[in-house]
Design a protein around this ligand. Structure first.
Ligand SMILES: [Zn+2]
Length: 293
């Protein structure tokens, strides 16, 4: 185990901060490491690039070489061992990507009498970018952060459902009648000029996307194709471009990302923009009387 070492970790921003803060974490002993690992593996990754290998170095140590698992990096990189612990034949190490500085947990086997590390497994240790404008009320921000975490681990249905929940909370916060269903709440906000027609459309997309994510399709998506004889002759293509948009049956990455963006757009218009506009006064200053002698 290495002696004292400082690791910089991007942690949750405080409510008063506008973004991610960097807090130094001082690692002194093994229990600190396991606490650090526990915090960062709290998010379960569903999938990440697996091409990775151990590279044995002349000094007796090793590094990893492979594709960085972090979505914003996702390139071939080298991972340097920061610290490691193990029982001789099996070693667990924290390694750092030299491209993006993200951390991974690496496991290597060291067969007896070889002194050479053989790659066994690796896991990303990062956390998602949960940045949400501080102007968004705290309870709505928490729902939306959960949507962002779900998106990050590729849980697209869950992400869309949390966006819908955040949208419902927003409608209530804006004064929509709580005894109505979300569809009617959104319409009420537009009728009462709380939101524009464009925002109404965005909110309905979030509502419907959340519904699509929450309920299985009426027919399985992998249904067997209809026999050719049963297919009616193709109708002439309609000139209306809207006809080209096919209803989404399954929430995929693209759809979950769009739903998240619709929420961000909505939040910006109802919470962030008004605060920003209210912050400045560009009216002509009142004339100040000349100083009296
Ligand atoms: Zn990286």
């Amino acid at each position: 185990m290495n002696s004292l070492r400082e690791i910089e970790s991007c942690t949750d921003a405080l409510p008063t901060d506008s973004g991610c803060t960097i807090d130094p974490i001082t690692i002194q002993d093994e229990s600190d490491w396991f606490s650090f690992i526990g915090q960062n593996l709290a998010i379960l990754w569903k999938d990440w690039p697996r091409d990775m290998e151990a590279v044995n170095l002349n000094n007796g140590g090793y590094s990893f070489k492979g594709t960085c698992p972090y979505p914003n990096c996702n390139r071939a990189s080298v991972f340097i061992v920061l610290t490691s612990t193990g029982n001789g034949s099996c070693t667990v190490a924290v390694l750092q990507c030299q491209a993006c500085q993200g951390y991974i947990l690496g496991i290597v086997e060291i067969p007896p009498h070889t002194g050479r590390a053989v790659y066994s497994a690796h896991y990303p240790m990062g956390s998602p970018d949960e940045t949400v404008a501080v102007e968004v009320p705290a309870h709505i921000r928490e729902d939306f952060k959960e949507a962002l975490r779900c998106l990050w681990v590729k849980a697209y249905n869950a992400s869309a459902e949390m966006c819908r929940r955040a949208m419902e909370a927003t409608c209530l916060d804006l004064g929509a009648p709580p005894d109505k269903v979300l569809e009617k709440m959104i319409d009420w906000l537009e009728v009462n000029r709380k939101i524009t027609p464009y925002l109404k459309d965005a909110a309905h997309k979030v509502r419907l996307g959340g519904n699509r994510a929450a309920h299985p399709p009426a027919t399985p998506i992998t249904a067997t194709p209809v026999p050719a004889v049963a297919i009616a002759p193709a109708a002439p293509a309609l000139p209306n471009p809207i006809a080209a948009i096919t209803p989404v049956e399954k929430i995929e990455k693209e759809h979950a990302e769009a739903i998240v963006e619709f929420c961000r757009e909505f939040f910006h218009h109802v919470y962030v923009g008004p605060k920003l506009v209210g912050k400045y006064d560009f009216t002509k200053p009142k004339a100040t009387p000349p100083p009296t002698k």
